[in-house]
Write a protein that binds this ligand. Structure first.
Ligand code: WTA
Length: 635
């Protein structure tokens, strides 16, 4: 029996050593004993970080949905696979058993097939957190189509650029979405996006809000009647281990978003194995992750990881503040949640509202509580521990990335002693390194550097869709023979890791990754703007908020700065989405630049943080005189 479920610290160290000493043998054992294969692999791992090329379980044949659904039919056919908790507490929750979910996925798969979708085709899924989102994702996987889920908060132009980048032929969306008090007109956002995407030939529309929408004849189809007619069985497409499973876009420090490509077998093995251990999932538990399926956390830890383990997974359509700030806690009580997984930004927002919202809710079913997406500050950690975990349910602070597919650093609950703000130890099979400024590995404990990974793990992204060169440059060119994460981290005296934040131009706002470049591009489209630079500054709820330095064109007009601020945020909302709006905007006449013309964001960051004590040597700048002016006018 392999070590699928780790139960104490000694066992963790022992299994970790085994996984590092002989990774191939270790992962082979896990893969062999816990998954359904149509054919076993010929080779466990082929890798070269220079090319870079990574292949896990080459030669194996499988379908991930057989692992998520079919194989549970006999043992857990009537067990609840998915609980849907709607936006409004007045609407009834829906429970889907494994058998029902299986049928719904097969029907959706047959609908996709009837619309001409084939293995390898890209399908854009732009849906709110409703069951059809999970069903669509699995239906794509069923027939070997590559899903590209776009978070339903993104704007028309953000969708359009993603659809074009991966050349999706079909979009699945809904008439609208409910979010708290708001009803959002999703379909018209899609319509607007598709003006730029002539290759999209079909739009399948889920009815959710029942608001009137425009139907483009020949292109748009309501899903409901198609599903009604569809056959509830669909033989899975048999996939190669390295066949693509999905594309998920993430922001980069420069340029357009990167379409991270994940493949089938390694992703399945790693997400299932991490899920089982990091949440210590037991058969009767009800697990709830509050992330949106539009992000990697939702892909790996609402859908694939839990379903591969035969778990009951909850998806929530709404927001933590509606109808009031007790919503999360009431859901925990209502569904008797055992594992609760959320983001630090949500914890901070809820903590601010006070414990009275928790007091009347029964949280005693919680066994493990988790956080993900950004560093958690000490105060929020303790609030979570005291009030939600009630000092009984351990906190798993889980570090990972869209690129890593699965959780890479995390305590194992009841196994790894936790430490506030620390993601603690590398997960099994994960070989971390901290690097100094010279590119040398920092050995030993009590060191602080940049986080890299020395050896492949099964769920790592294999490329950037359509741009392997960028994949190599972004992740494998900073350090020789290592994957570079873009994060800084420190290792304490016992070897625990704490993530200190991004070291590149990616800013994490409320747990969402935002690249500075696309936001600056959007701002620069305003006719009055000559140039701009975005930095993050600490914000007590969002973690970071955005600060924009903007140089206006000299048009001779008097500056209507308040209007301009609104207009700039409006453009950002249209180009990217409301999550990228600026909290502060400072109009300035210059931006500090190096002699080669690169904006010195480090200086701008310090000024935005209102810490000008140590700006470093500014005399080498091209235009040092602008610095004082910026400091004097900081917002
Ligand atoms: C940050 C989200 C500190 C980190 C799963 C990473 C974290 C980026 C943590 C990836 C954590 C994620 N502690 N920082 N527990 N988890 N991050 O791709 O900067 O949306 O590089 O994946 O989020 O964001 P992404």
């Amino acid at each position: 029996m392999s070590n699928f479920h780790i139960k104490h610290l000694e066992e963790y160290f022992q299994v970790y050593r085994k996984s590092v000493r002989n990774p191939e043998a270790f992962w082979e054992e896990i893969a062999e004993e816990h998954f359904l294969w149509r054919k076993k692999w010929d080779k466990v791992l082929t890798w070269d970080f220079n090319t870079p090329e990574i292949k896990w379980f080459e030669g194996a044949k499988l379908n991930i949905t057989e692992n998520c659904l079919d194989r549970h039919m006999l043992s857990r056919g009537n067990k609840t696979a998915l609980i849907f908790e709607p936006n409004s507490p007045d609407e009834k929750a829906q429970h889907f058993s494994y058998k029902q979910l299986y049928e719904k996925v097969c029907k959706m798969a047959n609908v996709l097939k009837s619309q001409g979708v084939k293995k390898g085709d890209r399908v854009c899924v732009y849906l709110p957190m409703i069951p059809e989102l999970t069903i669509s994702v699995l239906a794509c996987a069923r027939i070997g189509a590559i899903h590209s889920v776009v978070f339903a908060g993104f704007s028309a132009s953000a969708i359009a650029s993603r659809i074009k980048d991966s050349d999706c032929k079909i979009v699945i969306t809904s008439d609208g979405s409910f979010r708290g008090k708001k009803v959002i007109d999703l379909k018209s956002i899609v319509d607007q996006a598709l003006e730029e995407c002539p290759n999209v030939s079909k739009v399948l529309v889920v009815k959710r809000t029942h608001q009137p929408i425009e139907i483009t004849k020949g292109r748009d189809l309501w899903l409901e009647p198609l599903l009604k007619e569809a056959y509830p069985e669909c033989a899975p497409e048999i996939m190669d281990a390295e066949d693509p499973l999905f594309i998920l876009y993430t922001s980069g420090s420069t340029g357009s978003p990167k379409g991270m490509l994940h493949t089938t077998a390694g992703y399945m093995v790693y997400t299932a194995y991490t899920f089982k251990n990091i949440f210590q999932y037991k058969e009767t538990d009800v697990y709830w992750c509050t992330a949106d399926i539009g992000w990697i956390t939702g892909h790996s830890y609402i859908i694939y990881g839990p379903l591969c383990n035969g778990a009951t997974t909850v998806m929530f359509e709404g927001v933590p503040s509606y109808p009031d700030f007790s919503r999360f806690w009431q859901i925990i009580e209502k569904h008797k949640i055992s594992q609760f997984y959320t983001a630090p930004t949500a914890i901070r927002a809820l903590a601010k509202e006070g414990v009275n919202f928790l007091e009347n809710c029964n949280l005693s079913t919680l066994k493990v509580i988790g956080t993900v997406g950004e560093p958690i500050n000490e105060e929020a950690w303790h609030w979570y521990d005291d009030n939600v975990g009630q000092n009984k349910a351990p906190i798993v602070d889980t570090w990972f990335q869209t690129e890593t597919g699965g959780i890479m650093i995390s305590p194992i609950p009841f196994v790894t002693p936790t430490k506030p703000t620390y993601a603690t130890l590398p997960f099994i099979g994960v070989q971390l390194a901290l690097m100094d400024h010279q590119g040398e590995e920092l050995k030993g404990n009590q060191v602080n550097g940049r986080l890299a990974i020395k050896f492949p793990w099964p769920s790592m992204a294999r490329t950037i869709w359509g741009n392997h060169k960028r994949y190599k440059e972004t992740y494998f060119s900073t350090y020789k023979n290592m994957y570079f994460t873009g994060d800084g981290a420190l290792r304490d005296e016992v070897g625990y890791y704490r993530i200190t934040g991004r070291v590149d131009d990616v800013i994490i706002v409320s747990g969402h990754n935002l690249g500075t470049a696309p936001i600056e591009d959007a701002i620069n489209e305003h006719p009055a703007v000559a140039e701009s630079a975005i930095v993050g500054f600490p914000h007590n709820i969002k973690g970071n908020a955005l600060y924009g330095y903007v140089i206006l064109k000299d048009t001779g007009e008097s500056r209507r700065q308040d209007n301009l601020k609104n207009e700039i945020n409006q453009i950002i909302t249209e180009q990217i989405g409301p999550i990228a709006k600026l909290d502060k905007i400072q109009f300035t006449s210059g931006l500090p630049k190096t002699r080669s013309g690169k904006i010195m964001r480090r200086i701008l960051r310090k000024i935005a943080e209102k810490d000008t004590s140590n700006l470093g040597d500014i005399s080498t700048l091209l235009n040092p005189e602008c610095v004082q002016d910026i400091i004097d006018n900081v917002v």
